[in-house]
Structures are given as structure tokens and as C-alpha cells.
Write a protein that binds this ligand. Structure first.
Ligand code: ZN
Length: 539
């Protein structure tokens, strides 16, 4: 069995599987969709809930030092002044004068380099940058790939200007940015950055606020302007005193929260990796100043182990420390846990030392006391905060990529299998009567009725048993229970395990307890009372 490495998973295949099997749909698709917005389908919502449940269990249920919270998305506008988001949450962007697309200024040159038009022009010039090659390109490929590029709209003017320039600076070879800046500008001596998509001129970078706004009250003009929260963290900080008083927690302790957040990203993309509406799983962990670096390391370790415990391959994860100039305005130190997505290493989770920045800011802006009494020193202190912060959508994509496996057809049947950790699998058990024969229906339905009380269960009797096994493999169902004609006499059924395709036969009365044990990690080869190994009906 050959495991597909995540680096080679074909994103298009995965996206199409997600749509076809009901994991993820483009949002409001019947109206043509809304850019970078996605809806989770029947299996997607199960997967997402399972991820959130697994996380909550690990960080709240199984720990003494953690409690949960679910704060509102809309918060007092002053929150965002205190947090620094109103002033600092900006990403400079440029807009294309021709096609109106927005680009993050710090991504533009990379996008141009990768753009189809630049790659095509590079090929056409064969490293020479001769006028003839460029003119030919402008009249052929250029008109298709970069219709608004100055070199394409007025090739003679641009080329004569380039030629002049070449004479003036004889022997000076223009570098990438300089060259592109000149073929992208109208020939009046200026240099312009061309659009990575259409070649049109981009505006000078402008700061933008990444927060989405809305208005409270019936009349927009007089309503109060509020923001859709760009992170869930501030809901935790403003409730710090409430939680402290109601739970009598002592330092160190943390508050976990799962909820939606919104950012008006200029360049969303890569399927559900970067979207404007997303769900977050965040922890603010409050510690005594001086112990913050130690707790930062402990949370990095715990977070790493969480992914491993749910089946992500160790070699697909890595840790990256932020450079000083990358740190957010509130952070003293920050690490990213990165995952090897099909589009490269990208952030899965950030773990930051936010110091006492947030609590101090909120104390100052609200005038409320947000200190904790430290019994050891007899002093009131403002705790430091360690923040493990992640989306739900990104880990979901990582779990999908890591689980995705196409078996080598020369080694067997070429199954597509989502090898989800059992805790994450959307459907735990499928009930498959051997055929649609009416004699099997009452027993099969009875098994279904019993098991669905305990597990997410599907009943499937359409097409051959082999086809039905494949369908369940493709959505990652760990166990298929088959009812056959012999079941009617001996009151036994078979369980087939997804990854190994091995089967055991056991009394129907043992099904629930056995499936429960297997789902909790008991090895498949351990036989239940009255069970036998089975060769099965795999066709
Ligand atoms: Zn454009």
C-alpha cells in the first residue's frame, strides 16, 4: 500500500472530491458563488464538528487549568481601539486600474513572477530581451495573457523607449523589477507595477483596514458603527475579570473559545486556506510574568502533539519562529506550526507571547481593574498571556490532505481512501445489506436502528457491495457492517475495517460494544466474544 505524501496530493482532485461527496461547496453557488467563501456540506459539517470536539476535549475537558467561553461576535467598538486593531490592523494593498483587482503590496512581485503572462514572455525572450521577440509576443500571446500591459497595448512606443534607455545606459542589464516596471508603464519615463492578472497599471500601495464593518440600529446613517471581530481573543480579554470571579481560578489558567471571525483579506485563496469568514479555535493562557517563555514552549509542544495524536504525519509539520520584524504589534515572541500543504509550507497555528499588552490596554481604556492578586508576593499583578491561535478551516484542510490516499492500481484496486483518524471520520459506521433482497431488509434496518443511537451511521443498499465499500472508503468511514443471508440464521454480521480491509464476523448483539472498542483504539484483530476472522465478500 503506497501512502500518498501530502506534497503530491493534487489539490484539484481533493477539491472535486469535497464537492462531489458533500464536504465543501462554493458558497451561494446557484448565484455564481461569492469569492473565497465556502459552505460545509453534510460530511463537512460532521468533520468540522469532530475537529472542534477533539480540540475542546484536549484543551478544556481533559485539563484542570482551562475553562471555555463563547463570546459575541459583535463587541463594543472601543474594544478594537484598545486592542490596537483600529490603528494597526492594516495590510497595504494596490488596486489594478484596468481590472479592479486588489493585491497585497508585499505579494505583488511574487505574483507577477508566477503570472502566466510573465512566464510566457520570459520564454518568448529566451533571455535576450530583443525587440523583435518582444514585439512578436506582444502581438500574439501578450494580447491573450496580458491585454492591458503597456507593452501589449502600445508595443512600438514601449519598445522604442526601452531601446532609448538601452542606448543611454549602455551595457546595463535591467533587473526583473526594473524591466517589468518599464514594460508596464505608459512610455512617459515612469515606472509602473503591472497587474499580475491583466497587465494593467496598479495604484500606489494604500493602507486598508482588514476589519469588516456593519451598523447597529435601523438607520445606517445614524446607526452605531461596529466591527465583525477579526479574532476571538478580545472576547476572552474583556471577560477576564468575569471568568476569574466566577470560577475562582488561580494563575496559571486559560480560557478557550471557538467561534467565527472575519477579515477583509485582500488576497484570499487556496480553497479554504484563506477566507474572509472563518472559524477560530483560540486559547488565552494567563501566567505569572517571568514564566511566560516556559509556558510558550509548553504550549508549542502540546499543540504539536495534538496534530500528531489525530494522525497528521510528523514529517508534514514543522515549527517556524517569527523574525523580529514579522511580530504583531502585541507580541514579544511567536512561533508558527506549519503544515506541508500541496501549495507549500503554510501556517496552521500561531503560538504567541502577547505579554501583558491586551489586559493593560483594556484596563486603561475601560478604567476597570484587570489585575490578579498574587498570594506569594502579596501584590496585584497583570498576567502575561500565551496565545495558541488557529483556525478550524486550515486544520480541516490539513486533515483532509493528510488523510487523502490513492492506492496504487498495480498493487490492488486503486482505492481512493480518506484515512481519517477515527475520531475525525464524519461517518463512523456504514450498514450495508449484502443485496437489496427483501429478506435482508428487516435485520439490516434493525442493526441500523440500534447502532445509529451511538454512532454517526449510514445505511446504503444501492449498487454492488464492492462499490459501496469504495464509497465509504472515499469518505473515510472506519467500519462497514454487512448483513448477509447467513445473518438471518446465525444472528451474526461482519465488520470490515477501512485501512486493512480485513473482516471479522461476530454476533449482532456484540456489534455496539465491539465498534465502540475499535473506535476507541482497540486493535482490529482482537476478537469479540463469539467472533471469528472472516474472508468476506469483497468484490
Ligand atoms: Zn488587472
Amino acid at each position: 500500500m503506497k501512502r500518498t505524501m501530502s506534497g503530491t496530493v493534487d489539490m484539484d482532485k481533493l477539491v472535486s472530491l469535497c464537492k462531489r461527496r458533500g464536504f465543501i461547496f462554493p458558497s451561494s453557488e446557484i448565484y455564481g458563488g461569492l469569492a473565497s467563501t465556502y459552505d460545509y456540506g453534510p460530511l463537512g459539517v460532521e468533520l468540522k464538528n469532530n475537529i472542534k470536539r477533539a480540540w475542546w476535549k484536549a484543551v478544556v475537558q481533559e485539563r484542570d487549568d482551562m475553562v471555555g467561553l463563547d463570546a459575541a461576535i459583535l463587541m463594543h467598538p472601543q474594544t478594537w481601539v484598545a486592542s490596537g486593531h483600529v490603528a494597526g490592523f492594516t495590510d497595504p494593498f494596490s488596486v489594478c486600474q484596468a481590472c479592479g483587482r486588489y493585491f497585497r503590496a508585499d505579494h505583488v512581485w511574487e505574483l507577477i513572477w508566477e503570472s502566466p503572462w510573465w512566464q510566457s514572455l520570459l520564454k518568448a525572450m529566451k533571455g535576450e530581451k530583443t525587440g523583435v521577440d518582444m514585439l512578436n509576443w506582444a502581438r500574439t500571446e501578450g494580447t491573450k495573457l496580458a491585454p492591458n500591459l503597456a507593452l501589449v497595448t502600445r508595443p512600438e512606443v514601449t519598445l522604442s523607449w526601452l531601446a532609448d534607455l538601452h542606448t543611454t545606459f549602455k551595457g546595463v542589464d535591467l533587473d526583473f523589477q526594473n524591466f517589468v516596471g518599464r514594460i508596464g508603464a505608459k512610455a512617459d519615463g515612469r515606472v509602473a507595477v503591472p497587474c499580475p492578472v491583466c497587465g494593467g497599471e496598479l495604484s500606489e500601495p494604500e493602507p486598508s483596514n482588514l476589519m469588516l464593518e456593519t451598523f447597529l440600529g435601523p438607520v445606517r446613517a445614524t446607526g452605531e458603527r461596529v466591527y465583525l471581530r477579526p479574532e476571538t481573543a478580545q472576547g476572552i480579554f474583556v471577560n477576564f475579570a468575569n471568568v476569574l470571579t466566577s470560577t475562582r481560578k488561580k494563575l496559571p489558567f486559560g480560557i478557550a473559545q471557538i467561534g467565527k471571525a472575519f477579515r477583509n483579506e485582500i488576497t484570499p485563496g487556496n480553497f479554504i486556506f484563506r477566507t474572509r469568514e472563518f472559524e477560530m479555535m483560540e486559547i488565552e493562557y494567563f501566567v505569572k510574568p517571568g514564566t511566560d517563555e516556559e509556558w510558550l514552549q509548553r504550549w508549542i509542544e502540546d499543540s504539536f502533539n495534538w496534530y500528531l495524536s489525530l494522525g497528521i504525519a510528523r514529517e508534514h509539520l514543522r515549527l517556524r519562529q517569527h523574525a523580529k520584524d514579522e511580530l504583531a504589534h502585541y507580541a514579544r515572541d511567536c512561533y508558527d506550526i506549519e503544515y506541508l500543504f500541496p501549495f507549500g509550507w503554510s501556517e496552521l497555528e500561531g503560538i504567541a507571547n502577547r505579554t501583558d499588552f491586551d489586559l493593560k490596554q483594556h484596563a486603561q481604556h475601560s478604567g476597570k481593574d484587570l489585575t490578579v492578586f498574587d498570594e506569594e508576593t502579596g501584590q496585584h499583578i497583570i498576567p502575561y498571556v500565551i496565545e495558541p491561535s488557529m483556525g478550524v478551516d486550515r486544520p480541516l484542510l490539513a486533515f483532509l490532505v493528510d488523510a487523502y490516499d490513492e492506492e496504487d492500481p498495480s498493487q490492488g484496486e486503486g482505492r481512493v481512501v480518506l484515512r481519517f483518524h477515527y475520531d475525525l471520520a464524519p461517518i463512523k459506521v456504514a450498514i450495508l445489506p449484502l443485496s437489496r433482497n427483501e429478506a435482508l431488509v428487516p435485520t439490516a434496518k434493525d442493526v441500523y436502528a440500534q447502532l445509529r443511537k451511538h454512532f454517526m451511521t449510514q445505511y446504503d443498499d444501492a449498487q454492488s457491495i464492492g462499490r459501496r465499500y469504495r464509497r465509504q472508503d472515499e469518505i473515510g468511514t472506519p467500519f462497514c457492517v454487512t448483513v448477509d443471508f447467513q445473518s438471518l440464521e446465525d444472528k451474526q454480521a461482519t465488520i470490515r475495517e477501512r485501512d486493512s480491509m480485513r473482516q471479522i464476523r461476530l454476533p449482532i448483539s456484540e456489534l455496539k460494544a465491539t465498534l465502540q472498542a475499535k473506535l476507541e483504539g482497540e486493535p482490529f484483530e482482537v476478537l469479540p466474544p463469539g467472533g471469528t476472522y472472516w474472508l468476506g465478500f469483497e468484490v
